[in-house]
Design a protein around this ligand. Sequence first.
Ligand code: ARG
Length: 587
Amino acid sequence: MKTLLELITIEVKSAFQEAGYDKEYAKVTLSNRPDLCEYQCNGAMAAAKTYKKAPIMIANDVVSKLQDCSCFEVVEAVNPGFINIKVNPAFVSNYLNQMQADDKLGVEKAKEPKTILVDYGGPNVAKPLHVGHLRSAIIGESVKRILRFKGHKVIGDIHLGDWGYQMGLIITELEKRQPDLVYFDENFEGEYPKEAPFTIGELEEIYPTASAYAKEHEEYREKALQATFLLQNGRRGYRAIWKHIMDVSVADLKKNYENLNVEFDLWKGEADAQKYIPDMVDMLKREGYAYYDEGALVVDVKEETDKKEVPPCMILKSDGAALYDTTDLATLVEREELYRPDEVVYVVDKRQELHFVQVFRCARKTGIVRPETALEFLGFGTVNGKDGKPFKTREGGIMRLESLISEINDEMYKKIIENRTVSEEEARNTAQIVGLAAIKYGDLSNQASKDYIFDVDRFTSFEGNTGPYILYTIVRIKSILSKYQEEHNICDLEIQDAQSEYEKALMLETAKFNDVMDTVYAEKAPHKLCAYIYDLANAFNKFYHDTKILSEENEKKKQGYIALLKLTKEVLEVCIDLLGFEAPKRM
Ligand code: ARG
């Protein structure tokens, strides 16, 4: 469906043309003086120079051509040359009824669906998840859903950090504690046990212990580096431990992401890319892209227009080890081979931007990706505490995701039992659903690239620009609809022409959905979707406080209200689904 603004623009364009002016001047925008009008066109001001006429004359000419247009209730020229527009209530109600009949609520599907791979989440296996990973998961999930809603084929890949030094550390610590394990016997040729020699709880303790110890003990560190190297070069026993670490951690990660309502299509990781490295390195050397610099194999990626120095891409260290650059390049080789994406989007901490500049340039220059493959870095800012510094626990340690979530849930629970009498179980359940919305909305309502302050009190508030406020609004609408439904059928009701200012404002806000989605999609900007549903929720609540809905005596009018509420609820629900959360039954 065309957006409401497009439909209005079409009318105004033809009026410009009929009046003898270039239609390109007919730019219509939302009014910045909602007290005076709903839409405005300032084109006459711009046209004045070209036509050497007073803007008000041009505006008058255009307005005279619009008097009979059925879309408009009021079109007037005001000094010095603005065109102020109020749309006809019938035009809006008609538009909304079409929207209701459309299975995408008026949003048009992409004409040429693309295959888009979204690389997000990016947790490091065996290391605890922290708030940084939370952002990648939340933003990535929403971006994935938005692209999918537009009709693209979208593949979400978690891209596990599963091939690094942390694995060497765990192996080393395990050997220190249990040197007799069969994995450490180099002569062992049999089958390794199926059962892991540790639980997730133990693993969570082993890694930080080993990591701290390695920082203090050089010899131990060397051993861990050596173990990493041996693992990467195929030592059987180490590979078997690696497999155990993966099994145990991935099971735990799946649980964690499920709680976040985040779902990946692919559970691939850095390790999967390793088998593509040898051929890729050969190619880079053979084609003359890579050269040795002080023992390391590198590819130059600097460009003349660079303002800051962009160092070469590091392909192999002097000891032959692969690096982060290497893995990301090889992953692109793999992705080209398996999925041939038209676009790859990376949702990663913006402090990694330089790395991605290097990788993207190298992949392009060396033909690892096709020239038409789009590579996009969607960098996000840091999560800070109220003190403006990176988020910490009360004790000053790194905040773990699980603790953060339970802190929010507890706060939510308190608020829910404060407000009403519900069973313990229902309150806990609701707290979890609303808590997740509080976290996700708190994050997504900020522009991704900006840092933001994680404020538990604000995020969990039922008032203001928060997730719980949005959910509260949806629950309020649902409860009106279900009361109505107790006695009436809710299908096939038609939205009627607006009777009040607040009703019309709500209708115009609801009608904006496809317009907003165009921008949200083009800019991959969930924060604009949040801003929209906040406006929509506000428009609804104003209408709600101003209007007797269920006690309206005129049946036709009441049906119109109910139909409008139903559509508003559907729009809100689609939006929160695109943001990655849902509304509870009651609150
Ligand atoms: N595991 C990385 C980290 O925690 C993030 C991975 C991002 N994705 C990528 N393709 N490099 O920093």
